[in-house]
Ligand binder design. Structure first.
Ligand code: FAD
Length: 375
């Protein structure tokens, strides 16, 4: 674990960076996907913290930032940007784990600096939780590889310079991840209108093109490191949910202090205090589960169980905590005037990526019972 002082200093400087640099860029923008220029400017800011290099060896430009400290950065980010950064970091990790040195040299510096935008395309219209069933195909021939893929819900899809696409070796059961440089390869992508995280890019992506043979990364199914890519993502999603819930609880506390009914501040009523106490306690418990999973990752301990527990508990708890905080604000809480509805819609979105809540339950069950109930 980091010293409290290191963590405090990092949290302060990241909060300050978000307030001074990132928030002004987003101020006044409509609730629609941000432009690539805005996203890249934000990614460059986040890159200065070392966030994208947390799982990159030093010789490839890794930052040495610990998982626990990277969690402090995650918590400070607006949720849509956090999801974009998680996609960027996970794609970098997949390149580090599966690409050859030439590909790493070509792309890692730009990705780590936030100059290039990346995403991972796994889900398809008919393939979600059962990601091993992807129908995208690759056909290897000579020095090239034909990729045919129709993907859905790809974070950063329309703004990505690089996509890592999960596909099946034609005529075989094995899957592989394929790097697509969208500046050199024709890709059709469109933003999908979503109910939450509306400033982010959740996209459909279609590719039917030939990519260089060395853009086929190490087989996804045989590389154990690929499994590891989910663990940090899951905890990070949990931390984004905690941050949304903390905003809601903070708002409810301030509201309860100033709103008066029956001749006194509603903060004086025990039932209002119960709403706030329960919400705040559950969010703090969720944060601690997330921090424990990050500490497992830092220590090199198995983190499949702890990261699934963290994601399941944090995302589901955040929704309940936001609902309680919203209750404190009465009808104002459900008006468009106050931000509770946006926090709620954003938190709902986080229960799906990197394994839905039900998939996390199945992973936890499998880890505890030693038998899989997936099928
Ligand atoms: C904010 C966000 C970001 C995302 N980013 C990406 C991305 O970058 N790349 C990408 O490829 N995808 C991304 N996704 C898609 C996400 O990974 C999928 O939505 C998720 O894997 C679930 O797939 P699905 O939506 O098709 O649901 P389905 O798998 O069809 O599931 C539907 C319902 O059935 C349940 N279910 C499924 N299987 C079981 C089972 N065995 N037992 C019990 N219940 C089950 C699920 O929990 C769910 O409630 C993102 C989604 C969101 C919301």
């Amino acid at each position: 674990m980091e010293t409290d002082e290191t963590a405090r200093l990092l949290a302060e400087s990241v909060t300050d960076m978000v307030r001074r640099r990132i928030a002004p860029r987003l101020d006044g923008l409509p609730p629609e996907p941000v432009s690539k220029d805005v996203l890249v400017a934000c990614l460059r800011d986040v890159a200065t913290t070392g966030y994208f290099g947390v799982r990159v060896p030093e010789r490839w430009g890794g930052s040495g930032l610990t998982h626990v400290l990277s969690g402090l950065v995650t918590e400070a980010l607006p949720a849509f940007l956090g999801v974009a950064c998680i996609a960027q970091e996970a794609t970098i990790f997949r390149l580090v784990a599966g690409a050859d040195d030439a590909v790493r040299e070509a792309y890692l510096p730009g990705l780590l600096a936030g100059d290039l935008v990346a995403g991972s395309a796994i889900s398809e219209p008919d393939v979600g939780s059962a990601s091993n069933a992807v129908t995208a195909t690759i056909e290897r021939s000579g020095d090239g590889c034909r990729l045919r893929a129709g993907k859905l819900w790809t974070t950063n899809g329309t703004v990505a310079d690089l996509l890592v696409v999960l596909a099946r070796d034609a005529g075989s059961d094995s899957t592989a991840r394929v790097l697509v440089d969208t500046r050199a390869t024709p890709v059709t992508a469109a933003d999908l209108p979503m109910s939450g995280l509306t400033r982010g890019h959740l996209c459909s992506v279609t590719v039917d093109a030939t990519v260089p043979a060395n853009h086929v990364l190490t087989s996804a199914s045989t590389s154990t490191k690929m499994t590891d890519s989910w663990t940090l993502n899951r905890v990070s999603m949990g931390l984004l949910a905690c941050a949304l819930a903390r905003s809601a609880v903070d708002y409810a506390i301030a509201y309860a202090r100033t709103r008066e009914q029956f001749g006194r501040a509603i903060a004086r009523f025990q039932l209002v205090q119960a709403l706030i106490a329960d919400a705040a306690t559950s969010v703090e418990a969720a944060r601690l589960l997330c921090r424990r999973a990050l500490a497992d990752l830092d220590a090199g301990r198995p983190a499949v169980l702890s990261s699934s527990m963290a994601k399941l508990f944090a995302t589901e708890t955040a929704i309940q905590a936001i609902l309680k905080a919203q209750q404190v604000a009465g009808s104002y809480g459900v008006s468009r005037e106050l931000p509770f509805d946006e926090w709620l819609r954003d938190a709902r979105m986080l229960t799906f990526p990197d394994g839905t809540s039900q998939i996390q339950q199945l992973i936890i069950g499998r880890e505890l019972l030693g038998v899989s109930a997936f099928t």
